[in-house]
Design a binder for this molecule. Sequence first.
Ligand SMILES: [Zn+2]
Length: 58
Amino acid sequence: MEYHYRCRTCGHLVEPYRGELNSGIKPDTPWEEYPEDWICPICSAPKSNFYPIESDGW
Ligand SMILES: [Zn+2]
């Protein structure tokens, strides 16, 4: 089971296998390894504002 992470504020979806190229996160970086000061690229919410959701990988 894979987890994705959604921003409570703006709904931005983080898919760790894709990375977050706009903020310098490489693909396949596990969520735990995202820096603690990483912020949502859309609304600048902190990492703690994200909650995990299960993904089947569709
Ligand atoms: Zn956000």
